[in-house]
Design a binder for this molecule. Structure first.
Ligand code: NAP
Length: 331
């Protein structure tokens, strides 16, 4: 497995990471046994970075990972865990709480559910507009000192917040959406990360399956499936965006690759400081994603991919309006 370092202060990890969110219902029902088998297959293939959040299935995702990782030596995997997103018993989203007391509470519960004595990378999922980032990072730094966290990461924040956070404690990576159809980080955020020595763990590299070659308009959206509400998956937007996926498929197939492999390999080719997270929840999808690491894209290939999927061509925002408004990265 190829390796990449997360920022100048972070750990060296596999060149792609496994995102476990889809194993807890974010994209409709997932098969528990298949999810666990997918985690094992990822470890067997050399993936050692596993991303979760305490709010994925309201603890479900962490407990699933705990079961999957039982008996696996702790030094064979790194856990990246997000906190701060609030939910209610129906699963409804209810804002963010990144106060120091809240994060210590979230951390205590995550350690219990995961069945581990430390988390490798801990990060607030969103900026809490009511809490200065210095306070949140300062409290996390205390947890680093105490040995409960190894590294501090951030998620979906902009360049100013990155600078303020990095002044308090080294930040190893920013987790943020980045793909052929979500290129917003290229203007300011990616340069700021590079200046500050912060790596990127890129999510949504397939735009939630939209540019994977597997999603069609006939794909049923179960209740709770993010895509039932995502602007990019609705009506005419979906039609236009699927045409981009088709254009990508043609470029990919000419190079002996699948659509998803070309999309993942394009992100991986944007810099050694970028680690794509793939949201596979089945072994066949994981195997396909792993194939992206074998795909060596020349500058001509990259240009052909970008001509097939021009930077501004996507239709629809990457989140519904209310969720977009919570993104410090979009200010
Ligand atoms: N920090 C944040 O705000 C944030 C937000 C979202 C996600 N994340 C993290 O990033 C991870 C990845 O994000 P994501 O799952 O939204 O993005 P993604 O990888 O763009 O999308 C995953 C979707 O693509 C589909 N897919 C089709 N072919 C695939 C293949 N070969 N490999 C993997 N998936 C394939 C999956 O398929 P099926 O439907 O067929 O299973 C799934 O529905 C998440 O699991 C989570 O850990 C972080």
């Amino acid at each position: 497995m190829q390796q990449r370092q997360l920022g100048t202060t972070g750990p060296t990890v596999s060149a792609i990471g496994l995102g476990a969110m889809g194993m807890s219902g974010m994209y409709g029902p997932a098969d528990r046994a298949e999810s666990i088998a997918t985690v094992h297959a990822a470890l067997d293939a050399g993936i050692d970075l596993i991303d979760t959040g305490d709010f994925y299935g309201m603890g479900h995702n962490e407990m699933l990972l705990s079961e999957a990782l039982k008996g696996v030596p702790r030094d064979r995997y790194l856990l990246s865990v997000k906190f701060g997103a609030l939910r209610d018993p129906r699963g409804t989203w209810g804002g963010v709480d990144n106060r120091p007391a809240a994060l210590r509470n979230f951390l205590a519960y995550s350690l219990q559910r995961l069945g581990v004595d430390h988390i490798d990378i801990y990060r607030p999922a969103r900026l809490d507009p009511g809490v200065p980032i210095e306070e949140t990072v300062g409290a996390m730094a205390e947890m680093v000192q105490a040995g409960y966290i190894r590294h501090i990461g951030l998620s979906e924040v902009g360049a100013d917040t990155l600078r303020r956070a990095a002044a308090v404690h080294p930040i190893c990576d920013l987790q943020i959406e980045y793909s052929l159809v979500s290129r917003g980080i290229e203007a300011d955020i990616l340069p700021a990360c590079r200046e500050l020595g912060i790596g990127i763990t890129a999510y949504g590299v397939l735009s939630r399956g939209l540019i994977s070659g597997h999603w069609t308009k006939a794909t049923a959206a179960a209740p709770g499936d993010f895509r039932a509400h995502s602007p990019r998956f609705q009506g005419d937007n979906a039609e236009a965006n699927l045409a981009l996926a088709e254009a990508l498929r043609q470029v990919a197939e000419a190079r002996g690759a699948t659509t998803a492999q070309a999309a993942i390999a394009w992100v991986a080719a944007q810099g050694q400081d970028i680690v794509p997270l793939v949201g596979a929840r089945r072994r066949d999808r994981l195997a396909e994603a792993l194939g992206a690491l074998e795909l060596k894209l020349t500058s001509g290939d990259l240009a052909a991919i970008e001509a097939a999927v021009p930077a501004e061509a996507v239709r629809g925002e990457r989140y519904p309006a209310q969720a977009m408004a919570q993104l410090d990265s979009e200010r």
